[in-house]
Design a protein around this ligand. Sequence first.
Ligand SMILES: Cc1cc2nc3c(=O)[nH]c(=O)nc-3n(C[C@H](O)[C@H](O)[C@H](O)COP(=O)(O)OP(=O)(O)OC[C@H]3O[C@@H](n4cnc5c(N)ncnc54)[C@H](O)[C@@H]3O)c2cc1C
Ligand code: SF4
Length: 405
Amino acid sequence: MNKFKELVNYCLNCPVKPCTKGCPLKNDIPNFIKLAKEENFLKAFSVLSETTVLSSICGRICPFERQCEGNCVRRLKGEPVQIGYIESVIGDRAIKDNYPLFDTMEEFKGKTVAVVGAGPAGLTCASFLKKLGYNVTIYEKYDYVGGIISHGIPDFRLDKKICDQTFKRILDLGIEVKFNKELGVDISLKELKKNYDAVFLGFGANKSKIPNIKGKNLCNVYGANEFLESKQKLDLNGKNVIVVGGGDTAMDMARVAKHWGANVLVVYRGDEKRMKASNCEIVNAKNENIEILFNTNVKQIIQNKDVYKAYLMTNDGYKFIYPCDYVFFAIGAKTDEKITKKLGIKLDMDGYIKTDKRQMTSISGVFAGGDLIKEKNTVAYASVSGRNAAYNIDNYLKKFDKKSN
Ligand SMILES: Cc1cc2nc3c(=O)[nH]c(=O)nc-3n(C[C@H](O)[C@H](O)[C@H](O)COP(=O)(O)OP(=O)(O)OC[C@H]3O[C@@H](n4cnc5c(N)ncnc54)[C@H](O)[C@@H]3O)c2cc1C
Ligand code: SF4
């Protein structure tokens, strides 16, 4: 705990809260750190729970250098306050000592809301709706909750026991989950509209973008997003694997392949400064002897019996061949058009669900959030969009009541 004391005492409790400005969820960082300095963990957690239900998770995997810690004034002359770590310690303490997730819960308002998808957007929306006094039912396509937290981010990067405990506390608020229910397959939006007072769509956008090149449909060529989501295991011992991309998904895919025994080459079209992955993930990948080839693209993949070859080209036109066994594309993700096109909701040009300022879709009473509406692809951004949608749904249902009276 002495190390923790040192860490919290390093915070200057700046009154203008630059760190909070950098936090997508707008967590009151100076305030919860001040309470942690006073060893009042119960109150520190209560400050956090005003804005988030995922502190133990965000405290571990947010890209801090681009968010809160990137804005910390301590950075001007040295290292920032370790805000993420402090948040995770408080969140873990709340789990261990069973602090209530929310200080107060409003009385049941007599209305029900359906939430589609149990990722960070859906779980956060459901939690805040429950706090606001609504009955919430989540429809989830798999038999577990968490979305990409559970089926994307590898176990070696995020302790899944902490995640399960976090999710249990959320569901213990009294949120029902209907598992193995896929919108567009097992249930329709029409049914949800009919049976609930409002609907929140938070079913993510986890279909890999694949470049239109020769060889993209070969057997050993995968989209990294679907591959990780499928929880499939491959024997990659001694195999040559190419991972294309420079974001968190690329780093995770590369490290998963490395942990399975592969020789991994990451191919990225830009230079290191342009990589979207968190700095620590790039460092971790390099420390695991994953080679990264910058300013290079895969132009085609050829298969001859069991032998695969990738044709690579640098940005200045130098071409070469790399023998490989598997190729994983991690160059971005999009929505599942098979589902979104069925919904009868307006989509933008890239296939994301269009929403207005209140996060309402083109169908009245149907809201959306998270990756599905092109948020900034982080857990914190998905979560804040779920939380804001809960307040927007509350306002909508209250206005709706007034109109019908
Ligand atoms: C490999 C990888 C690593 C990442 N690493 C980080 C990181 O370190 N830090 C960070 O902040 N962000 C990270 N991200 C991004 C982050 O995980 C996402 O931005 C975030 O999970 C999006 O949340 P969401 O709730 O919108 O969608 P998701 O997390 O995708 O959740 C959607 C949920 O909806 C369910 N679903 C899908 N379709 C249907 C349907 N038709 N009917 C019912 N349910 C459905 C899914 O099963 C899932 O549970 C990573 C992403 C990936 C792919
Ligand atoms: S900016 Fe840094 S030092 Fe200032 S309150 Fe926030 S965490 Fe503390």
